[in-house]
Design a protein around this ligand. Structure first.
Ligand SMILES: NC(=O)c1ccc[n+]([C@@H]2O[C@H](COP(=O)([O-])OP(=O)(O)OC[C@H]3O[C@@H](n4cnc5c(N)ncnc54)[C@H](O)[C@@H]3O)[C@@H](O)[C@H]2O)c1
Length: 347
């Protein structure tokens, strides 16, 4: 029989508890206990029958714990990760892994036989996997532009996410997911980066951003996060020479429209209030086809299965730390571009 793993959660807030609930559905893995600096979270852990450790040292001293999940605010990740790795235990760290690429290099260097895993869970998002499937199947011909967006209308949450010292702001919070997805989709070199940040509801940290990433031998990718959008633009909009795809939301509504007949180019001109256009007239139905999104389903539990199999020496780590480092460097390049209001060379 496969060995059973026990983990401890350090930082038992919203996401720490999300992990606890997920782990309850995973065979061969259980949460033994929790450490949090907030008394109410420790009381909650005890009410669930979990061990409420009095300190991080107490967690690390427990020989039954195979690995630690770090789900504290972002500025605490580095310390928890380095102390855990130094104690000879592996660690799963929430995103963003930390607040600078230099800090992450130190975290990577602290690994010995124990391993550092970063929870880039949105690699399992079904909208993202569906876009990858559209690209893999070459449904759109050569792709020249991709737009990836998440929009909300609640501003920056009123917690640590609104502060610089705890690693707040939307580049670090959501950007890290969307950029990681884009770099997985297009592994080639990024030539230039141009970023604008917004401060609509918060002067201290960015409450949204737009970045244009120009790939060397690939598309222009626009990544955008907004927190003052009362009308949302689509989650994904992908343009190729032979078709377009849209995924409107996380519910996977959307479609792919492809050309079937380039030669038939008749158009009935559209009269607008003040003019006439043939160029922008809609295509006739006999020259295009609409196909359903080739939806891909996923199981986020595969992340923890990979963590356990990697620790057991049975497989390779899925989320490579070099990939995490590249995303952190890209975010630093974005802040530089925004501060200078200039296009910046990246690679
Ligand atoms: N991967 C995802 O989809 C996802 C989603 C949400 C949050 N996150 C990440 O998870 C982490 C936590 O976010 P959250 O929304 O749960 O925040 P939260 O504020 O709800 O929880 C953080 C918890 O950490 C505790 N804490 C603070 N300092 C600590 C310390 N030194 N030692 C132990 N505990 C400490 C706090 O008391 C709190 O209970 C962040 O890094 C965030 O970016 C990831």
């Amino acid at each position: 029989m496969d060995r059973a793993f026990k983990m401890a959660i350090v930082g038992f807030g919203g996401m720490g508890n999300w992990h606890r609930e997920l782990v309850e559905t995973i065979d061969g893995l259980s949460v033994k206990g929790v450490f949090d600096i907030a008394k109410d979270r420790m009381d909650f852990a005890a009410s669930l029958g979990l061990v409420a450790y009095e300190s991080l040292e107490a967690v690390l001293a427990d020989e039954e714990i195979d690995f630690v999940l770090c789900a504290t605010p972002n500025d605490v990740h580095k310390e928890v990760v380095i102390r855990t790795l130094s104690a000879g235990k592996s660690v799963v760290c929430e995103k963003p892994a930390t607040m600078s690429s230099k800090d992450f290099e130190e975290m990577m260097a602290a690994q010995g036989t124990s391993k550092l895993f970063v929870h880039q869970n949105r690699r399992w998002d079904e909208d993202y996997l569906t876009v990858r499937n559209i690209l893999d199947q070459k449904l759109l011909g050569p792709v020249f532009k991709v737009e990836s967006r998440v929009h909300g209308s609640r501003g920056i949450p009123g917690d640590w996410r609104g502060t610089l010292e705890h690693g707040g702001g939307m580049v670090l919070d959501w950007g890290v997911h969307l950029l990681d997805q884009v770099l997985q989709m297009f592994p080639g070199k990024i030539k230039t980066v141009y970023t604008t940040l917004t401060h609509v509801t918060n002067e201290i940290v960015d409450d949204g951003f737009t970045v244009n990433l120009q790939f060397e031998n690939g598309p222009l990718v626009v990544v955008e996060v907004g927190t003052s959008n009362f009308i949302n633009l689509p989650r994904w909009y992908v343009l190729g020479r032979d078709g377009s795809a849209v995924i409107k939301d996380w519910d996977l509504s959307g479609e792919v429209v492809c050309i079937t007949n380039w030669d038939k180019n008749d158009a009935v001109p559209v009269k607008t209030a003040a003019g006439l256009t043939k160029t922008m007239a809609p295509r006739t139905e006999d020259t295009i086809k609409t196909v359903e999104l080739p939806v891909v389903h996923s199981d986020i539990r595969d992340h923890y299965k990979n963590v356990m199999d990697t620790i057991a020496g049975k497989t390779e780590q899925l989320i490579k730390n070099e990939e995490v480092l590249r995303v952190l460097r890209l975010m630093e390049c974005m802040f530089e571009s925004a501060a200078k209001n200039q296009v910046v060379d990246f690679e």
